[in-house]
Design a protein around this ligand. Structure first.
Ligand code: GLA
Length: 376
C-alpha cells in the first residue's frame, strides 16, 4: 500500500494507515432505523486509508478500486455539495467533521478496500469510518459520536436515510464475537458465538436498481406504522402487535409485522447462541429470511435461490439474506467441516441457474476500526 502511495504522491514519509471493517449482519434486518435490535459481526474485509498531511492546502483522494484521483480545496469543504459518486462518502464525512468542530487538514489519501462494493457487506460505512479516522489524524473523538457522525454523513450528504448499524459495528466490532446493538439506547453487548459453527457470506453478485428507493419506502412505511400505533415498533411484542395490527392498512401491517417479529428473533437468537442451541439459531435465520421475503419484500430471486439451495446442503443450520436486500449477500450458518462441500455445491447450483459465479467470504469476527497495519 505504501509503495502505491509513493508512486502516486512522491513520498510516503509520515504516512498513517487507518482500517475500518465491513460487516455481516447475522440477524435483526431492517430494524435499526426503527430503534430496534441488530446482531452484526465486523469482518476481516476492510477499507484501509493511508494519509499524509499535504503542504499545499489541497485534499487529494485516490481510490485504488476506481483508479481515480480527485482533488478538493481543503478550505472549501464545508460548502461542498454532493457529487453523486464515491467521493460523497469521504466528503460527506469531512463536512460533518467540520460541523462538529474538526476542520479538515489538507492531506493526500490513498483508499484500498477488500469490502466488495454493492454486496450488502457495508462497504459504505467502512469507507466513511476509515475516512473519518484519516481526517481526524489522531484527534480524539468519542467512538459513539464518531458512529453517529458517519451515519449523519450518509443521511445528509449521500442521501440514504440509513440506521446506525453499519457505522456502529465498523467501530465497535470485536474479535470472535457478534455485537448485539440496541439502536435506541445505542448500548451494546458482545455475544460470543458457539465454536462448533461458522458463518459464510455468499455474494449473489447482483444489486437491483430498486434498492435505494425501496429502502426509503420501508423507512416511511415503518414510520407510518409507529405513528398509527402511537409507540415505536420495538415496544411491541409479537402478540401485542397482533392485537393492534387490524388498525393498520394491510401493507403497513406486514412491514411492521416483520420488524416486530425480527426484534423478537434477535433476542431469541442471542439466547439460543448462549445455550448452544444451534438448530434453533438456524431456524430463526430462516424465519428471518421468510419474513424479509414475504412481509418486508426486500429479497429477490437470486437471494431466495441462494437461501433455498443452502438449506438443502449437508451441514447447514440456517441461511438468510443480509444487509439492505435486493441483491448483495446471504449469510449461512454451518459446520466448519462442511464449508468446502458447501462452497462447491452452492457455486455450481448458482452458476447453473444464473450463469454467474457467486463469491464466498468466510466470516471471521474481527475488531472494530482503528489505526492499523497496512493491507498487504
Ligand atoms: C443498510 C443500512 C443499515 C440497515 C440495513 C438493513 O445496510 O445502512 O442501516 O438498515 O440496510 O438492516
Amino acid at each position: 500500500m505504501l509503495e502505491t502511495f509513493r508512486q502516486l504522491f512522491g513520498s510516503a514519509e509520515g504516512a498513517r494507515i487507518y482500517r475500518a471493517p465491513g460487516r455481516v449482519n447475522l440477524i435483526g434486518e431492517h430494524t435499526d432505523y426503527t430503534l430496534g435490535f441488530v446482531l452484526p459481526v465486523a469482518l476481516d474485509l476492510a477499507t484501509h486509508i493511508a494519509a499524509v498531511p499535504s503542504p499545499d492546502g489541497m485534499l487529494r483522494i485516490y481510490s485504488q478500486q476506481r483508479r481515480e484521483l480527485r482533488e478538493f480545496t481543503a478550505a472549501g469543504i464545508p460548502q461542498r455539495q454532493p457529487a453523486h459518486d464515491w467521493t460523497d462518502y469521504p466528503i460527506g464525512v469531512a463536512v460533518e467533521l467540520a460541523r462538529a468542530g474538526f476542520p479538515l487538514a489538507p492531506a493526500n489519501l490513498l483508499i484500498c478496500s477488500s469490502v466488495p462494493e454493492g454486496s450488502g457487506l457495508s462497504s459504505s460505512a467502512a469507507l466513511e469510518v476509515a475516512s473519518a479516522l484519516a481526517f481526524l489524524s489522531g484527534r480524539a473523538i468519542d467512538p459513539l459520536d464518531l458512529a453517529r457522525l458517519c451515519q449523519r454523513a450518509e443521511r445528509n450528504f449521500v442521501g440514504v436515510p440509513c440506521g446506525i448499524m453499519d457505522q456502529y459495528i465498523s467501530i465497535f466490532g470485536r474479535r470472535n464475537s457478534a455485537v448485539e446493538i440496541d439502536c435506541r439506547s445505542l448500548g451494546h453487548r458482545f455475544v460470543p458465538l458457539p465454536e462448533s459453527i461458522t458463518f459464510t457470506a455468499v455474494n449473489s453478485m447482483v444489486k437491483h436498481a430498486l434498492a435505494g428507493s425501496a429502502y426509503k419506502d420501508r423507512v416511511a412505511e415503518c414510520a407510518a406504522a409507529a405513528d398509527a400505533l402511537g409507540l415505536p415498533l420495538r415496544d411491541f411484542s409479537p402478540s401485542q402487535f397482533e392485537s393492534k395490527a387490524h388498525n393498520l392498512p394491510p401493507l403497513v401491517a406486514r412491514r411492521a409485522r416483520h420488524v416486530v417479529t425480527e426484534n423478537a428473533r434477535v433476542a431469541d437468537f442471542v439466547e439460543s447462541s448462549m445455550r448452544g442451541d444451534l438448530a434453533r439459531m438456524g431456524r430463526l435465520m430462516v424465519e428471518s429470511h421468510r419474513s424479509l421475503q414475504n412481509d418486508y419484500e426486500v429479497s429477490c430471486p437470486e437471494l431466495d435461490f441462494l437461501v433455498d439451495t443452502a438449506l438443502s446442503i449437508d451441514g447447514v443450520y440456517g441461511s438468510r439474506m443480509t444487509g439492505g436486500g435486493f441483491g448483495g449477500c446471504t449469510v449461512t450458518m454451518l459446520r466448519p467441516d462442511a464449508l468446502p462441500h458447501f462452497q462447491q455445491q452452492i457455486v455450481s447450483a448458482y452458476e447453473a441457474r444464473f450463469q454467474v459465479t457467486p463469491q464466498l467470504y468466510p466470516c471471521h469476527p474481527s475488531p472494530g476500526a482503528g489505526e492499523g497495519p497496512a493491507n498487504p
